[in-house]
Design a protein. Structure first.
Ligand code: CU
Length: 119
């Protein structure tokens, strides 16, 4: 390989990797901003609700999925909604028709908390 080719390859490769990383990162950012679509997911994993605070538009259905290997519940602090104990991979959905802030917790593990902000 001539010297010049080696130099071009040596520079081009890290540049392409950097561009790839930037593209990957911007698509992740686009995904996290998509919280105003019709259905939004919260995952329950490692004793926490993810995302812990979720902002959605009025009329959005939120679905919680338990990814832990022990049961959890999704229980509104104000009694607005209340799931049964959800086992691994079981889901609970609630549609938020009114604007407001809806704090909730797991009734089995009260330290697990989250909130849905509806506007
Ligand atoms: Cu729990």
């Amino acid at each position: 390989m001539p010297r010049r080719t080696v130099w071009v390859v040596g520079v081009a490769t890290p540049v392409m990797i950097a561009i790839g990383l930037l593209l990957a990162r911007s698509s992740v950012a686009a995904n996290t901003e998509r919280s105003s679509t019709a259905t939004v997911e919260v995952t329950i994993d490692n004793f926490s609700f993810n995302p812990q605070t979720l902002t959605v538009a009025v009329g959005t259905a939120v679905t919680w999925t338990n990814r832990d290997d022990i049961p959890h519940t999704v229980t509104s602090d104000d009694g607005v909604f209340k799931s049964k104990a959800r086992d691994t991979d079981e889901k609970f959905s609630y549609t938020f028709d009114k604007a407001g802030t809806y704090p909730y917790h797991c009734s089995i593990h009260p330290k697990m908390t989250g909130q849905i902000v509806v506007h």
